[in-house]
Design a protein around this ligand. Structure first.
Ligand code: ATP
Ligand code: MG
Length: 455
């Protein structure tokens, strides 16, 4: 596909990104065909077009098709307003408060349709002004909606500002995206510092696309990142959670993590773990890299992964460190120190990345079970096997054992054997354990007194 693009592009002058003058590539000169798009996306495009509106596919889907990859989803952009879109589609939901978007729902597939976005002030004050006026349809339109040219200027990277026109199947390339695809370059549209200030998440997106698309970040786009990384602290934690999932669950989490570290972005996302990762061969680095390697393998072989496991791992060494601190400085016993540390570490992390309850609860369980896994006597071992989070906690222990060796490694192996053993094997293992360690002090059996019955 790239060769085709290259061929199609021979001899064409590419406009510099700051000027944003569109190059139109007619259907005969590019390889993006309707076959690459979902039926539903095409339905939406045609309905808009047949109703007299402009309709384009834009962004990731065009970029991915050009790269020979299958698009993840399809984004449509149009000059129809959200209300006009709603009138055209029965299966339409309007969403978003700041920027109203239409979702056209086809069973499990959702086609997102956005009205061309125009310029508006990006300061906090400016945004609130816009949302204040959101009751006034006319003004809102004036302020937020715009032309396709303006829409292109507001997009992040040159490779994401190509529009496929359903009217004549041509592609409008506003910022030299085709050339950037040939050169395999991630380049921001406009002045990089201004664009990062407008939305610091673009720094994370640059890293994500560089890894996902196997491209390099052009120097002017890469250079400001290290210095501007602290701006990420201004992003709402809920949005960062979504971004971090995309970064770590891409199937290339390890590479992404390394690049995030290189650009000083990782420390901003995980402020407690970051400082522990300065020594390349430390157990902390090995642990994090192993978690990501395993996660990538699981994703790439179609197995399930849960973000809870990764987050539990990313906070584990900060948790151990904090626990130790509570013990030595606060004189607490391990149990109390651990529970206090667990709350501290979680609390600090969610200041930066919001972790929804459906993940924070299992994270705590995985941690707490690490303390229970060494206590395996008698019934406890069987109860542990039944615990809904046993599997995750065991995998976690296995990883710790792999990295730290010693007793942890032996403990992890014991649990592996115990799961595989039959009933008599298990009984034997528990007997050996009791003989080795002497077991916990046996509590004398208490005989319950028969309650007195009044006759
Ligand atoms: P993928 O869906 O494969 O992760 P994508 O490029 O489609 O990649 P989306 O987040 O779906 O990414 O966004 C769709 C399009 O919206 C992008 O291609 C880009 O044009 C624009 N866009 C998304 N986020 C931003 C942003 N933070 N700033 C400017 N434009 C953005
Ligand atoms: Mg997308």
């Amino acid at each position: 596909m790239i060769d085709k693009v290259k061929g199609a592009f021979k001899g064409k002058a590419v406009e510099p990104s700051s000027q944003l003058v569109a190059t139109t590539i007619p259907r005969s000169e590019h390889q993006v065909s309707r076959q690459h798009f979902s039926e539903n996306a095409l339905k939406v495009l045609y309905r808009l077009h047949n109703s007299g509106f402009q309709a384009y596919l834009v962004g990731g889907c065009i970029r991915d098709v050009m790269l020979g990859a299958e698009p993840k989803d399809f984004d449509v952009t149009t000059d129809a307003t959200p209300e006009q879109i709603k009138d055209l589609f029965r299966n339409c939901r309007l969403i978003g408060r700041r920027f109203r978007l239409a979702h056209i729902v086809f069973g499990r597939e959702i086609i997102e349709v956005a009205t061309f976005r125009g310029h508006h002030e990006s300061t906090e004050e400016g945004e609130s002004k816009v949302s204040k006026q959101s009751n006034d349809g006319q003004l809102l339109r004036d302020n937020v909606f715009g032309s396709i040219e303006e829409d292109a200027q507001r997009r992040d990277f040159t490779i994401n500002a190509m529009y496929y026109n359903i009217a004549d199947f041509s592609i409008r390339d506003f910022a030299g995206g085709m050339q950037a695809i040939v050169d395999r370059k991630i380049t921001l549209i406009g002045d990089p510092e201004t664009r990062y200030k407008e939305d610091p998440v673009r720094m994370l997106r640059a890293i994500r696309f560089a890894v996902k698309l196997n491209m390099s970040i052009s120097p002017e786009t890469a250079n400001p990142i290290k210095q501007m990384a602290p701006l990420l602290a201004n992003i709402p934690p809920a949005r960062l959670f979504e971004e971090v999932l995309k970064l770590l669950l891409s199937g290339q989490g390890l590479e992404t993590y390394r690049l995030l570290k290189e650009y000083h972005l990782f420390d901003l996302l995980f402020p407690q773990l970051g400082p522990l990762l300065s020594q390349p061969q430390s157990k902390e680095v090995k642990f994090v890299e192993q978690v990501l390697t395993n996660t990538d393998n699981r994703i790439n072989t179609g197995q399930r992964v849960t973000p809870a496991f990764i987050f539990a791992a990313f906070m584990w060494y900060p948790l151990e460190e904090r626990c130790q601190q509570h013990m030595t400085e606060g004189g607490l016993n391990h149990f109390d120190a651990f529970n206090l540390a667990l709350n501290d570490v979680m609390h600090r992390q969610i200041q930066r990345i919001m972790i929804p309850k459906r993940f924070s609860i299992p994270i705590r369980e995985i941690w707490q079970l690490q303390n229970r896994l060494p206590k395996r006597y008698g019934r406890r071992a069987y109860q542990m096997l039944e615990h809904p989070k046993f599997r995750a906690a065991y995998d976690f222990l296995l990883l710790r054992g792999q990295i730290e060796g010693g007793e942890l490694f032996e403990l992890a192996n014991w649990w592996t054997d115990f799961q595989e053993a039959d009933e008599s094997g298990r009984k034997h293992m528990l007997k050996v354990l009791r003989e080795q360690d002497g077991g916990p002090p046996r509590r004398p059996r208490r005989h319950r007194k028969k309650p007195k019955t009044s006759s």
